[in-house]
Design a protein around this ligand. Structure first.
Ligand SMILES: Nc1ncnc2c1ncn2[C@@H]1O[C@H](COP(=O)(O)OP(=O)(O)OP(=O)(O)O)[C@@H](O)[C@H]1O
Ligand SMILES: [Mg+2]
Length: 264
């Protein structure tokens, strides 16, 4: 891992994003030389208006989308130049959580988590594979870590939205990642479920040492949960602050004229 100096303290970076830029084929410049880093145990939240480039940034980090230039380092190794098995190995270290959960609806919570262990396999093949007792035990432990051990046998589409998102987090954990990338994980949830999911993500970072990078629309949630707040505006990183740094000037720098709306 990389050692660097941040505000005089020596820190170990888990993720290092260096001058990352992305121009889509249609000419849209979605990211411009974005640089930041995340340490193990840190809950980093990215905020920004719709279209600012938050999802693009996450997708370029785990190579679901290809950046135009710049570099992503995970545990000190470049992710940018990898292909095939090396890329799959690096991706496995970055559990991805989606806004819409992306669970297989008609199978149980446990089976969904088991599929997470098979990231190299097509979803359907992995769903119909027979799993060993040991694999099932690991998956159950992941469900227990998100507080859903008692829901293992329940069909995914009969769980509440908040529970489904926690199954998705358990599925990401089953990959044995070192970091979690979550793209608007609570945007489809009611406030109470959102709180449980955010509490879960925070404890994975602060208590279990995962690096968590989470996109959020809601500034209030970011302020409440984040150890580190990254603000993106029109593809540029305009804010990189610590908990408590999000004052009205900072919010305006990220949201411009929509600053008040972002606080609602
Ligand atoms: N596949 C694509 N092709 C062309 N342009 C794209 C593509 N995906 C995203 N964009 C553009 O890139 C910019 C950033 O989009 P992105 O989805 O990263 O924003 P976002 O911050 O995640 O927005 P939201 O909060 O609405 O999810 C936008 O202008 C968007 O229209
Ligand atoms: Mg998005």
């Amino acid at each position: 891992m990389l050692k660097s100096e941040r505000k005089g303290e020596s820190v170990t970076e888990l993720l290092e994003v260096q001058k990352l830029s992305k121009v889509y084929p249609n000419g849209t410049r979605a990211l411009s030389e974005v640089s930041f880093s995340v340490t193990p145990g840190e809950f980093a939240v990215i905020v920004g208006r719709s279209g600012a480039g938050k999802s693009t940034l996450m997708r370029c980090i785990n190579r679901l989308a290809e950046s135009t230039s710049g570099e992503v380092l995970l545990e000190g190794g470049s992710v940018t130049g990898l292909s095939n098995n090396d890329l799959r190995r690096a991706r496995k270290k970055m559990g991805f959580v989606f806004q819409q959960f992306n669970l297989v609806k008609r199978i149980s919570a446990l089976q969904n988590v088991l599929c997470g262990r098979m990231v190299d396999m097509p979803v359907l093949t992995s769903c119909f594979r027979r799993f060993s007792k040991q694999e099932r035990q690991v998956a159950l432990e992941c469900l227990e870590r998100v507080g859903l051990g008692d829901k293992a046998a329940q069909r995914a589409d009969t769980l509440s939205g908040g529970q489904q998102q926690r199954v998705a987090i358990a599925r990401a954990l089953a990959q044995r990642p070192s970091m979690i990338l979550a793209d608007e994980p609570v945007a489809s949830l009611d406030p109470e479920s959102a709180k449980v999911v955010m509490d879960t993500l925070r404890s994975l970072a602060n208590e279990e040492g995962y690096a968590v990078l989470c996109n959020l629309h809601q500034v209030n949630l970011a302020d409440r949960y984040a150890d580190r707040i990254l603000g993106i505006r029109e593809g540029e990183l305009v804010l990189d602050g610590k908990k408590g740094d999000l004052g009205s000037a900072e919010i305006e720098s990220v949201y411009g004229a929509e600053a008040q709306e972002a606080l609602r």
